[in-house]
Design a protein around this ligand. Structure first.
Ligand SMILES: NC(=O)c1ccc[n+]([C@@H]2O[C@H](COP(=O)([O-])OP(=O)(O)OC[C@H]3O[C@@H](n4cnc5c(N)ncnc54)[C@H](OP(=O)(O)O)[C@@H]3O)[C@@H](O)[C@H]2O)c1
Length: 312
């Protein structure tokens, strides 16, 4: 295992994130990282922190609503303070796991951005950007992707809409009042945010120091997690049933795989937004490599984050 330090993870409160946390906490003492758990403050965050602590991990809860960029900036400042004070060991990995799939694309974050784009993408770019100078090499940034970014067979069967890329400033704009919310629109927003993560990963690697490896993890389809909590009841019931089919991914199975990408020697050389599907390095489709879109996304992201900062 790479030098043991500190791992920051967002979305530790349930499902994939929680199982990744427990897998890291379950490692033998010499290989167990300090854990910074960034999630909405409350009993779920306290519960997973306690579970990790009981397993022997040194844990810090950092309350943060990712739909509020001022919260994200404050969380990054807390992390920097903990590192500077030596309260935790050097920062070796950031796992940007938290995600949401808003069922109404008219919903806006506290900063006025479309909620799915704001939480899945913008919040993590703020966090990573604010902490880029705080990593100790060799370090890893692990972003959460999804195969929904392109039109694959499973997605078609499940009627999950594919990405429809437009300028990032448009992606950040909530739908207008007259637009009727639909699962299709919500799927497009989710898939766009996940395609944005791939573009961002490629550009981030070009800009991050040589000692930071950027990768994107796809846990496999895990039916029945809270990601689909806003879906119609029938769809949620089907999802729960499918979750019991042998071989289908589950947070219990994929959480430890995510922990491995953050910590294990096997994955120490991941770079350039390498896409890991469960435990296999996988080529992304050509649509996920586009230098013009990647450059434009980087610029637009800076504008969106700055606009939120100056208006808060
Ligand atoms: N499920 C799948 O099939 C699948 C497939 C591919 C990729 N992924 C990706 O894997 C990651 C985890 O998915 P999951 O299925 O475990 O999702 P989940 O059950 O919905 O859990 C999402 C996590 O993100 C947190 N989160 C959501 N909105 C937040 C906010 N505004 N502020 C702070 N935290 C927030 C949640 O916190 P709360 O507990 O406070 O809600 C929770 O801890 C996501 O990035 C998802 O896109 C999932």
């Amino acid at each position: 295992m790479t030098e043991t330090g500190t791992v920051l993870i967002t979305g530790p409160t349930r499902n994939l994130g929680r199982h990744a946390v427990l897998a890291m906490a379950d490692r033998p003492a010499g290989q167990r990282p300090d854990l910074l758990l960034v999630g909405r403050a409350g009993k779920d965050l306290a519960a997973v922190a306690e579970e990790a602590h009981v397993r022997g991990a040194r844990v810090h809860e950092i309350g943060c609503d990712l739909s509020r960029l001022s919260d994200v900036r404050a969380a990054a400042a807390t992390v920097r303070d903990l590192l500077t004070a030596g309260t935790v060991r050097p920062l070796r990995a950031l796992v940007a796991n938290a995600g949401t799939m808003s069922t109404d694309t008219r919903q806006a974050s506290a900063d006025g951005y479309e909620l799915t784009f704001a939480v899945n993408y913008l919040a993590h770019t703020q966090l990573v950007g604010d902490l880029l100078g705080s990593f100790t090499a060799p370090a890893r940034v692990v972003l959460l992707g999804s195969n929904t970014y392109h039109a694959n067979v499973w997605r078609k069967l499940l009627h999950v809409a594919e990405a429809e890329w437009v300028d990032p400033v448009e992606l950040a704009r909530p739908a207008t009042g007259e637009q009727v919310p639909s699962m299709a629109a919500s799927g497009v927003a989710y898939s766009n945010a996940k395609l944005a993560i791939l573009y961002y990963a490629h550009e981030l690697q070009r800009r991050a120091g040589a000692g930071i490896g950027v990768s994107v993890f796809e846990p496999g389809w895990m039916p029945g997690t809270a990601l689909g909590r806003g879906a119609p009841a029938a769809a949620q019931a089907i999802s729960r049933a499918l979750g019991r089919v042998p071989g289908v991914s589950t947070p219990e199975r994929s959480g430890p795989l995510l922990a491995a990408v953050a910590l294990d020697d096997e994955w120490a050389d991941l770079r350039d937004g390498a896409f890991i599907v469960k435990s296999a390095a996988t080529e992304v489709k050509p649509v996920a490599h586009d230098r013009d879109r990647e450059r434009r996304l980087w610029e637009a992201t800076a504008e969106l984050l700055e606009r939120a900062r100056t208006s808060s």
